[in-house]
Design a protein around this ligand. Structure first.
Ligand SMILES: [Zn+2]
Length: 575
């Protein structure tokens, strides 16, 4: 998701966050997981939903197939109370020909509790639950940050609809296990809308059924004059918040693209009819970004499906294989325009850092946002040169707050991490401080080691770069990044990760020239070890000074012009 503009974050959102009522605080993804939700492992979702723009209403059916993994009387799914559950049916068997039977349930405080269902389920067995529901879903107060359905209109007055729900969770509009660490292996998404609207969603489009309603009673849906169903199939794991609907009278710009892995897949932009000319320019930018990011991080992960971008009435979101783009062709919404679309780049980077590599829990949210933000600087460097890289890093430096550890060890919800409205939560530091930590790691390791470490973080096994069946998707943690970096370099990097990610304070660099020698010393909170090398410019020459034990010296000669860390490689307190 895009970072909040800093001023807005400070002035508007903090008070709003404090004023949120208890009920709204429940609307966050990744709450403490009750045992009734930990007792099963999702295998697949089949989602069918009809979207009625005139009524701002949805009607849906979700079938979840899951494996029963631990004893529990009840089990629960998450669903916002704004929506009404019409029925719940259970099939306590993986045999497809076994009939569903009605199950008793309660829908209360955002939970659908299926009562006593666990008594008939053997551990290790598969079961399925089918939920029929509907109503008026939460309208997003400030998408994409405060999410829900976005009911907008195009310039010509046609419906223009999108979902954005990373912060509050997918349970704003469909019944789901709203936890980051349980993804289905695959998913179908069938969406019925009034003709001539078009639905752009995740995965690959299988068919469009005219005069059809996918939520009607008959299996597979039924005839419904004037409506049409878009049937999408996601062939890989997908995070629940990444499931998205984008609905408008879209036109498409599409091309087959050959991946660095050698296979080809379609790249498609769903553009509003009035923006086709601007869309064609953006489309070339998208393809150029695809090439660079494949070179940096390895092949685009969802080649079995597609790469898609949909023009949305909100700023943007990393919905897997259907990125939401609402930057209105403005280039860089955060700063200097380098001739490419920075918002698209940020969201696109999330295909690797959020969708291929997903944080196992939201306390490692920086793996999504820090890596995506850092991609902005890396890409600027590739297309505009080294000064653009440092300029991007300098722009991000001003946003760092150091209120709390970037990666706390305990489980947190999305909202706690993002807004920092609970003690010990980092807020915007998951973006810019996260990016700066990678920047300093690059300096520490050097480019020859750093870039392979990034790539191995995306694909730990190089053989995984060839896979297209979704088996390369994984959950990752901060500790895994450390271990990949240590394995690759043979270094002990515990000190680096402890200081930068597990506590908030920055190290301070002290330096002085005594006679003809420069002396450097790191001061750290709690006297933590910090053997970080420092770049020093002597005259016009750049030198690297190693600092074992947190101290280093360099012969500079009497009266030499000396600058310590002149390019700002190391994240530290500002003088
Ligand atoms: Zn983001």
């Amino acid at each position: 998701m895009p970072v909040l503009p800093a001023v807005f974050l400070l002035l508007a959102l903090a008070p709003a966050a404090l004023q949120r009522k208890d009920k709204e605080l429940e609307l966050t993804s990744g709450r403490a997981q009750p045992k009734e939700e930990a007792c099963y492992d999702v295998q697949r979702y089949d989602l069918a939903v009809r979207v009625d723009p005139a009524e701002r209403r949805i009607t849906g059916r979700v079938e979840m197939t899951a494996r029963w993994t631990a004893a529990s009387d009840d089990f629960v799914l998450d669903l916002d109370d704004r929506l009404e559950v019409r029925s719940v049916e259970l099939r306590a068997s993986d045999a497809k020909d076994t009939a569903f039977a009605p199950a008793s349930f309660q829908h209360h405080r955002g939970e659908i509790r299926i009562m006593r269902a666990g008594r008939d389920l053997a551990i290790g067995s598969d079961f399925a639950v089918r939920v029929e529901y509907g109503g008026k879903p939460r309208e997003a107060p400030n998408p994409p940050w405060d999410g829900g359905f976005v009911w907008s209109k195009t310039a010509s007055g046609a419906p223009w609809i999108a979902t954005a729900n990373q912060m509050q969770g997918a349970d704003l509009w469909w019944p789901v296990k709203d936890q980051p660490d349980d993804e289905p292996a695959s998913m179908s998404i069938r969406v019925t809308v009034p003709r001539p609207l078009v639905v752009a969603s995740n995965g690959r489009l299988e068919e469009v059924l005219e005069d059809h309603d996918c939520t009607a009673d008959e299996p597979g849906g039924a005839k419904s004059r004037g409506w049409r169903t878009y049937a999408w199939r996601v062939s890989t794991p997908i995070n629940a918040y990444g499931v998205a609907l984008n609905i408008a009278p879209y036109e498409t710009i599409t091309r087959e693209y050959e991946s660095v892995a050698g296979d080809t897949f379609p790249v498609t932009y769903w553009v509003l009819p009035e923006n086709v000319d601007k869309g064609k320019v953006l489309f070339e930018d998208i393809l150029a970004q695809m090439r660079q990011l494949e070179n940096l991080y390895g092949p685009y992960p969802f080649r079995a499906d597609k790469y898609g971008v949909a023009e949305t009435p909100h700023l943007g979101m990393e919905h897997q294989s259907i990125i939401a783009y609402g930057n209105q062709y403005h280039g860089n919404p955060w700063g200097e325009d380098y001739g490419f679309d920075m918002l698209h780049l940020h969201e696109f980077a999330h295909e690797w850092w959020a969708n291929l590599v997903t944080c196992a829990n939201w306390n490692d949210f920086w793996i999504h946002e820090g890596f995506a933000s850092y991609t902005q600087a890396l890409y600027a460097e590739r297309v505009k040169g080294t000064p653009a890289y440092f300029s991007e890093m300098a722009a991000m430096r001003g946003g760092i707050q150091n209120r709390a550890a970037v990666a706390p060890r305990e489980k947190r919800s999305t909202a706690e991490m993002y807004f920092g409205d609970r003690d010990g939560s980092p807020g915007g530091d998951i973006y810019y401080k996260g990016a700066w930590i990678l920047h300093s790691l690059r300096w520490l390791l050097g480019d020859e080691q750093f870039f392979p470490v990034l790539r191995r973080m995306a694909y730990p096994d190089p053989a995984g770069e060839k896979l297209t069946d979704g088996s390369a998707c994984r959950f990752a943690t901060t500790d895994e990044l450390r271990s990949i970096a240590e394995q690759h370099t043979g270094l002990d990097l515990g000190w680096f990760f402890e200081l930068y990610l597990r506590q908030p304070e920055l190290p301070t660099l002290e330096s002085s020239v005594k006679g003809d020698e420069l002396e450097i010393a790191w001061k750290t909170p709690g006297n933590r070890p910090f053997p970080m090398p420092v770049e020093v410019r002597v005259g016009s020459e750049l030198r690297r000074v190693e600092c074992p034990g947190g101290r280093g010296t360099l012969f500079v000669g009497r009266g030499a012009k000396v600058a310590v860390d002149p390019r700002d490689w190391v994240l530290r307190t500002k003088e």
